[in-house]
Design a protein around this ligand. Structure first.
Ligand SMILES: [Zn+2]
Length: 236
């Protein structure tokens, strides 16, 4: 991506954010941290796969407000898609609604989760030059932790993208001590794809203030603008 285009893209993201009534602290917009380029394949050949975590029989964590994590993940991912498509990025979603169609053979919740996870792996694996961004929310046993956490797969380009994501998101969430970390072995999807892959825990649904913000469309849009802006800056 040419520098001038990047500047216009970031400016437009800022305008979209402001138009939506987002708070005025948009420092990340003016100085996004660039990840190392994700290999040599440019943005035009890449497909951004947005994965709203959970869904269907699996609601994920439950917020202190009573909202399922799956709903927040989907709302943020859909905003990411809208922004990404605005910039001509080929985008694929692993799910587009809260309901999922399962095969008859998947009769238990566990079987449904397994089938769904494997279907997501297959989708990512069958997409050439994919970059996976999985959207989740965090939950802790106490109320104080807040802010985003970017976790990366072991695949090439993942760590750099997660570090840029962490740095840029910290300017929205106000939490700047956390650093990007390698994803745990238990997250099947992230450990079974061979493309650059980052899982973004956007915020803590166990923190009352942050849980409420995570349900606000303007805050969701700010998070989406940072996620997509960081992606654009990383693959151009
Ligand atoms: Zn989750």
């Amino acid at each position: 991506m040419k520098k001038a285009f990047l500047f216009r893209a970031i400016l437009a993201l800022a305008v979209v954010g402001l138009a939506a009534g987002a708070a005025t602290r948009l420092a990340y917009i003016s100085r996004p941290r660039a990840a190392a380029r994700i290999m040599s394949t440019g943005r035009n050949e890449r497909t951004l796969i947005l994965d709203p975590g959970h869904g269907g029989a699996d609601g994920g964590a439950v917020s202190v407000t009573g909202t399922y994590e799956s709903q927040i993940n989907l709302a943020i991912a859909l905003r990411c898609r809208a922004l990404a498509e605005l910039y001509g990025v080929d985008t694929v979603m692993t799910r587009e609604s809260e309901t999922l169609d399962y095969p008859e053979s998947a009769s238990t919740i566990h079987a449904k989760k397994v089938w769904d996870t494997k279907a997501r792996v297959e989708l990512v694996s069958s997409t050439p030059y994919a970059v996976l961004i999985s959207i989740h929310q965090n939950k802790y046993t106490t109320a104080s932790p807040h802010g985003s956490q970017a976790l990366y797969a072991k695949t090439e380009g993942s760590q750099e993208l997660a570090q840029a994501m962490q740095s840029n998101l910290s300017q929205v969430t106000g939490e700047s001590k956390r650093t990007a970390a390698r994803i745990g072995e238990s997250i099947y999807l992230m450990n079974h794809v061979d493309c650059p892959a980052v899982l973004v825990e956007c915020g803590f649904v166990s923190n009352v203030l942050e849980a409420k913000k995570l349900e606000e469309p303007a805050y969701q849009l700010k998070l989406a603008a940072v996620i997509v802006g960081t992606y654009l800056n990383s693959v151009c």
